[in-house]
Each structure stands twice: as C-alpha cells, then as structure tokens.
Design a protein around this ligand. Structure first.
Ligand code: SAM
Ligand code: ZN
Length: 493
C-alpha cells in the first residue's frame, strides 16, 4: 500500500478537490471512497428511491467519488456548497427567453465517442448554457443520459469550440452573437467565455457510467500506453484465432472480418443449403431472392425454406441448446497493408471448430434476455441469453479485455479504458451485418453496424476481429485530451 501511495504521489502530484488539497489524485479517491463506503452502510441512505440493486463492493468499484458515485451521490451538498453562489437580490438578472432554431449535426467526434439512443449533440446544449449562465455557474441536468450537458458546460470555456458555433470571442472573453436588423449585421455581447460546472444525474447505471467517463479528464498518453499494452496482451493470447493462411505457403494473414451465413434445409430434398452460397450473385451484384436448390434444383426463396439447427451444450447454463445454424462463408483479411478475401478453407473451419470447444475462462455476462418483445425477438432462433450475441471467438477476446480493464481494478490503470470497452464492444456482437450493395458494388463500408432500436441478427452476420476494432477505436477516445486541458473545473455525476 505504501509503495502504491508513493508512486501515486510522484505520478500525479497534489490535487485540489472541493477546496481541499490532497497529495495525489489516488489519495483523493481513497479518501472519498472510505467516506462512501461508510455511507453505504447506512440503511437510510439505501432507501433513496431508485437506489441501484447492487452490493457495496460493486458500487465502490465503479465509483470515483466525490465526482462520480454509482448510486445517489452523498457529496452533492458539499459540491453545491463549494461551487454554488447564494442568490443575491442586488445583482440584476434578466434574460430574454432563448429564441432560435438549433440544429446540430451528429458528426462530431465527441458526440460519436460513445453511442446512446437519445443523445443530444453537446454543441446544441452549449448555446443554451452560454445564453443563460456565466462562467462558474452550476448547470443541473437531472436526466443526463451520456452527459452531453456536462461536456457542453466544460466546453463553454473553449474559445475554438465557442467560435465554431458562429459566435465571436473578444480577448477579454466576452462572447458576441450577430444580429441582423435594419442597420445590417451587428455584434452583441451576450455571454462570457469560461467553463460552467455541471451537476449530472441519471437513473441508468450504464448511462451514468458513460456520462462520468465522458466528463472525467484523462491523460491521453496514459490512456494510449495502457490501451496498447492491453491490446498486445490480448493479441498474444488470441492472435491464433484471427489468423488465416494466405495462398498455399506459410504466409499468414490477419482476419478483418468473417461473414457468417444462415443455413437452411431444402423442403423438397431435406439437404442443407448455405444461404450465401446459393443467394450471393457476384455478377448481378446482389443477394438473390430466388434460387435453385443445389441438390434437387427446386426453385426456392429464403422464406420457403426450413432452418437448419445446431445443438450444443450451453456454456453457462449447461443445458442442451438448439440454435439456428450459421457457418463462416467468407473471410476478409490483411497481409501487411493489402486486403484479400477468401472462402474459408479446411484450416479456417478447423480453427472455428477448435474455438467452439474452448471454455471462456474469464467472466462474461450470461443473463437470460429480459422479458419484452424486442429483447426476446431472437428466442425463436435460440439466441436467448446475452452471451449468445457473440461468437465464441469474440466472446473469449472480449472477456479478456474486460478482465484487464474492469476486474483488475489496478489503481494506475487509465480511467478512459472503461469507456473504450463499452464504446467499442458493440463491434464485437453478432448484430453487425453485411451491407450487400457496398460489398458487391463498392462505394463504402461493407460492415453495417448494429441497427438502432432492434436486436435483429441478420442472415448474413459479420463477425469482426474485435481486437482490431478496439485498436482502431483507440484514436476515438482522445476527445478526453481536449477535456484534459479544461479540467480546471470538474463536474459532479
Ligand atoms: C432523453 S435521455 C437524455 C439524453 C442526454 N441528453 C444525452 O445526450 O445523452 C433521458 C434520460 O433520462 C433518464 N431517466 C429517466 N427517468 C429518470 C429518472 N427518474 N431519474 C433520472 N434519470 C432518468 C433515462 O435513463 C435517459 O437516459
Ligand atoms: Zn433440394
């Protein structure tokens, strides 16, 4: 403990938190974690409506108090006491209602660093904050989702971002908006450059986790170092699962993605039919609606066929389970910088076989999908539990990432890694699908990412190399680099 303490001191140096100086950020965290642990023992505290169903250990593991607690935050009063200003009737406050159409695109890298179903672009929120508040004011969002209000509050201190909204910023920080009237275009002062302090609240533990991480300053160098180390470790253990032979020699390529196709059975001759093999029409550049059975030649459609099934003993339930059969039909891989595609050969199929017999040694979620039409839409094809949404290969690799990022709970691991995991992992699910038109005709990406609002698993589902996907996303997290410069104020979640 002592050594850890010393290292932490030398690494981060003294930090200020709510007016108190701590020798390092690790000490600050430890101090508040102890207070939170005490608070969690109070049965009255747990009676708060919406208190998460979790044990103390789990809540403490996620929390970074006083900034983020994965439960009602007992430090809110202290936070308001420190940042809030009492109402002063001698200071005039008058603001016209904000009246303008606000429209923001969804292409901003910050916006895209983590998806969420009801996300609002932070730049849209910034206009309201700049209009109604002054630097240092407390901005409260009681339904914060992924915390875009917090990002907006912090970025009100970033001249470049404020200017990107079409405002002018004077050297003393005065922010001006342009007005068009009879006299032409005039510039009118309406706000001041400077971060506001956000207080964010959210019912969903997943969203509060995302919001907290979005709003926490991260050292980009630390983040990259840890992420690259973890990538290397996972690759060391898993690379063999993502390798494929290039040509007849010893050259090995690295798989970018594997296309899996549904398998059916012919209603006429009962032989198995691999959907991709009969429906993919390279010449016409499309997936055919009608095709002939390769065994008995009868004319078929996808709907007119019966499913082929795969029966196996489930990893987590130990029960004999039946799932609609999918097989690998195409491999897209790289050798150096060149990309190739191939039909899986005997060696590839043997690797998949070998993997399917492997246990997943690290923890993975295996809950029954929650009741609901959409959540259980895949019951008829045997995808009934969370882990069924991953191929065994990606489930193994993902669980290794997760183990290193979350379970280890090493004090010195970069906090940005959690967000890296939750924002990248969707690429590892079986919800990705082939964009057939782009595949055949070119003109864009061939992997269609998860469709919003549905858990539909396509007949042609794409299994990415999830390690590669994590690697590509390392550069999507550095929005935190920008926030790092702005971390003079910190928001509370
Ligand atoms: C429209 S979303 C906000 C999205 C957010 N603006 C963003 O950019 O990510 C509303 C959020 O309110 C949360 N919510 C619903 N009821 C709540 C409650 N009683 N207390 C706190 N949060 C709640 C939902 O989980 C959801 O994330
Ligand atoms: Zn047939």
């Amino acid at each position: 403990m002592n050594d850890l303490f010393q290292d932490a001191v030398s690494e981060s140096g003294p930090v200020e938190c709510l007016g108190q100086i701590f020798p390092s950020d690790a000490v600050r965290r430890e101090h508040y974690l102890t207070l939170l642990a005490e608070k969690l023992k109070d049965p009255e505290f747990r009676k708060n409506e919406g208190f998460p169903i979790a044990n103390d250990e789990a809540i403490l593991a996620l929390s970074d108090p006083p900034y983020y607690t994965a439960c009602p935050n007992p430090f809110v009063e202290e936070f308001i006491g420190y940042h809030g200003k009492s109402y002063d009737s001698s200071v005039a406050y008058s603001k016209e209602p904000f009246l303008a159409d606000v429209s923001e695109g969804k292409g901003d890298p910050i916006y895209n660093a983590h998806s969420y179903h009801t996300k609002v672009p932070h730049k849209a929120i910034m206009r309201y904050i700049l209009h109604y508040t002054q630097p240092g004011d407390v901005v409260f969002d009681g339904f914060c989702g992924t915390g875009m209000t917090g990002i907006a509050a912090q970025l009100c201190g970033d001249r470049q971002v404020v200017e990107s909204l079409g405002y002018r910023v004077e050297s003393d920080g005065t922010v001006l908006e342009h007005q068009i009237d009879e006299g032409g275009v005039t510039w009118k002062a309406f706000s001041k450059l400077g971060a506001r302090v956000a207080l964010l609240n959210e019912l969903s533990p997943a969203a509060s986790f995302i919001a907290a991480n979005y709003n926490t300053a991260v050292d980009v160098q630390d983040f990259k170092r840890d992420a690259e180390r973890i990538l290397e470790e996972v690759y060391d253990e898993c690379r063999w699962m993502y390798e494929t032979r290039h040509g007849d020699g010893d050259v090995k390529g690295l798989i970018n993605f594997t296309l899996w196709s549904d398998v059916f059975s012919c209603p006429n001759c009962a032989d198995e039919i691999i959907f991709w093999d009969v429906a993919a029409d390279e010449e016409a550049g499309k997936v055919r609606d009608e095709f002939n059975c390769p065994h008995c030649s009868v004319l078929l459609t996808k709907r007119g066929m019966d499913r082929a099934w795969r029966t196996f003993t489930d990893l987590s339930t130990g029960q004999v389970t039946r799932q609609a059969k999918q097989v690998p039909v195409l491999i897209n891989y790289s050798v150096g910088k060149s990309r190739f595609k191939k039909k899986p050969d005997q060696n590839d199929l043997e690797i998949v076989e070998r993997i399917s017999a492997l246990d997943v040694v690290d923890w993975f979620p295996s809950d029954r999908m929650m009741a609901g039409g959409e959540t259980r839409r895949n019951d008829p094809v045997g995808i009934t539990h969370v882990h069924h949404f991953y191929t065994r290969r990606n489930l193994i690799a993902l669980s290794k990432f997760r183990e290193r990022i979350f379970s280890a709970r090493q004090e010195k691991i970069s906090p940005g890694l959690g967000l890296w995991f939750t924002s990248s992992h969707v690429w590892a699910t079986r919800l990705n699908r082939l964009l057939a038109s782009n595949y055949f005709k070119g003109g864009g990406g061939v992997i269609g990412q998860t469709l919003q609002g549905t858990l539909y698993v396509s007949s042609l589902s794409v299994e990415t190399n999830c390690i590669e996907r994590f690697s590509l996303r390392i550069n999507s997290v550095p929005y935190t680099g920008r926030l790092q410069e702005l971390s003079a104020t910190r928001s509370l979640n």
